[in-house]
Ligand binder design. Sequence first.
Ligand SMILES: Nc1ncnc2c1ncn2[C@@H]1O[C@H](COP(=O)(O)OP(=O)(O)OP(=O)(O)O)[C@@H](O)[C@H]1O
Length: 121
Amino acid sequence: MAKESFLVNRIKSVGYALKGAILLIRTEGSIKIQVFITLLVTAAGFYYNISATEWILQILAIALVLGIEGLNTAVEKTSDYIQPEFDDKIGFIKDISAGAVMLVSIAATIVGLIIYIPKIF
Ligand SMILES: Nc1ncnc2c1ncn2[C@@H]1O[C@H](COP(=O)(O)OP(=O)(O)OP(=O)(O)O)[C@@H](O)[C@H]1O
C-alpha cells in the first residue's frame, strides 16, 4: 500500500480531533455546562462591546477551561479502562486531574469578573 502524503495524514488528524471535540461535547455533562457558559460570555462580549484585549483574554480563558476539561475526561476514561475497580491510586490520579480543571476554572472566573464587573455596576 502506498504511503499517504504528509498533507493527507494531517487532514486525517484534524478530522480525528474534530470528531473528538464533538464526542466530548455530546457525551460529557460538565463540558456541556462549560459550552453553555462559553455561549453566554460570548453574547455578553458583544452586548458590552468589550475591547480586543478583553476578547483575547476571554477566548484564552475559555480555551484553557475547555482544553483542560478535555484532557481531564481523557484521564478519567483511561483510568476507567486500565482499572475499572476501586483503586486509591486511580482516585488520586482522577482527583489531581479534576483539581487542574478547578484551578483554570477559578482563573477564568476571575478574568470574567475583572472584565464584566466594571461594565455591569
Ligand atoms: N476507580 C476509582 N477508584 C478510586 N476512586 C475513584 C475511582 N473512580 C472515581 N473515583 C473518585 O471519584 C471521583 C470522581 O470520579 P469520576 O470518574 O466519576 O469523575 P466525575 O468528576 O464524576 O466525572 P464526570 O462527571 O465527567 O464523569 C474521582 O475524582 C475519585 O476521587
